[in-house]
Ligand binder design. Structure first.
Ligand code: FMN
Length: 359
């Protein structure tokens, strides 16, 4: 079905580069331009704060998704096992890495399926690339869902990464149409997902119109896939594409801007992700209208430091403190919290016609 002999090296290199190198965007996620108004009279006890959310018909204890990362290698099997256990312990959803290698080689399915094995009750999201579905959309989507008994499928859009990758020839000609076929046929929700360059209001509307159930914006501000491919291109002595990758290191729509664009243009749940690192950024995302927030690279780095539980506890505590300091007893109350937008983000909103009564 595929002609991609390098896929196995690629999966391993992605993990190694993200853990060893600083591949974050240098422009930030723009949540620094979002200011929540501090509340000196919260009129609630911190222990009474309810962080639970509803997303696609399921209740989760925290508004945190362990976002798509890996699969396809023995190392990925161990990482996915640990991430699945974390999801089970904290009752949060977890997304698989791209299952392309599992489609190519059935012997690798265990490296993805471990997520379901360690977490039978989890809300588990399958994952496949937009470019990888076009040859046979419905059958490929059904196969990746059944491969891990998933509750939903994320189709990732990564034109930036494909365009700067040494071995890739990006073909995005009929991705939207393929997503539509999948939405029409599958009996699990379809989530459209970027991988770090953000989704605009126009793309969000197009995705909603073909029937996706949710959008994961994955904006710019965290892991830069152009940066990751710079290092992979250097490993292959491809100086030309390494230089092109450097030029596009900061390309994309900053996460806070993408979130405002998408929330204001569609009526389906929106996942905020891309450089979300703290509980304050999680709470800011929820205030701006996200239903859930996704985090990827920090979980990988925490895994390597043997600190997954610590990182999760840090996020939970920060979310509770931030909710307390804006006087929100539950996530629904966050929608009414006052905020101010300044600087580049305010200018972005003005030029894109996104100023609501609060801006
Ligand atoms: C090591 C690694 C591998 C990833 N692999 C995938 C993938 O297979 N499919 C996908 O949709 N996104 C993938 N992503 C992208 C993340 O899901 C996320 O959209 C992006 O990294 C931004 O989030 P972050 O800044 O929290 O890392 C990967 C991210 C990392 C760090």
């Amino acid at each position: 079905m595929y002609d991609d002999p390098e896929i196995f090296d690629r999966k391993f290199e992605h993990i190694k580069i993200v853990v060893d190198k600083d591949v974050d965007y240098r422009i930030g996620n723009w949540f620094n331009f979002v200011h929540l108004i501090h509340m000196s009279l919260p009129e609630l006890d911190i222990d009474d704060i309810d962080t639970s959310i509803l997303f696609l018909g399921r209740k989760f204890s925290y508004p945190i998704l362990i976002d798509s990362m890996t699969g396809g290698t023995e190392k990925a099997y161990k990482i996915n096992g640990a991430l699945g256990e974390l999801a089970a312990k904290y009752n949060i959803p977890v997304s698989c890495g791209s299952q392309k290698a599992g489609l190519l080689d059935k012997e690798l399915i265990y490296t993805y399926k471990v997520l379901r094995d360690v977490c039978p009750e989890c809300f588990l999201i399958a994952n496949i690339g937009g470019m990888d579905i076009v040859s046979d959309p419905v059958n490929i989507a059904q196969e990746v869902v059944s491969m891990i008994e998933a509750d939903a499928i994320a189709i990732h859009l990564n034109p930036l990464q494909e365009a700067v990758q040494h071995e890739s020839k990006p073909k995005y000609a009929s991705v939207l149409n393929s997503i539509q076929k999948i939405c029409d046929s599958l009996d699990v929700p379809v989530i459209a997902k970027e991988t770090g360059a953000g989704i605009s209001m126009g793309v969000a509307k197009a995705l909603e119109s073909v029937g996706v159930s949710a959008i994961n914006i994955s904006g710019s501000g965290g892991t830069s896939w152009s940066a990751v491919e710079v290092y992979r291109n250097l490993l292959r002595s491809d100086r030309l594409m390494a230089e092109v990758g450097k030029t596009f290191w900061n390309w994309g729509i900053p996460t806070a801007a993408s979130l405002i664009e998408v929330v204001s243009s569609v009526n389906i749940p929106v996942i905020a992700s891309g450089g979300i690192r703290t509980g304050i950024e999680i709470v800011k995302s929820l205030v701006l209208g996200a239903s859930l927030t996704g985090i990827a690279a920090p979980f990988l780095r925490a895994y390597y430091k043997n600190e997954l539980d610590f990182y999760m506890e840090k996020l939970i505590n920060e979310v509770k403190v931030a909710m307390f300091l804006v006087g929100a007893a539950d996530v629904e109350s966050l929608r009414k919290v006052d905020y101010v937008i300044t600087g580049d983000l305010l200018e972005w909103c003005r030029q894109r016609g996104l100023c609501n009564e609060q801006l």
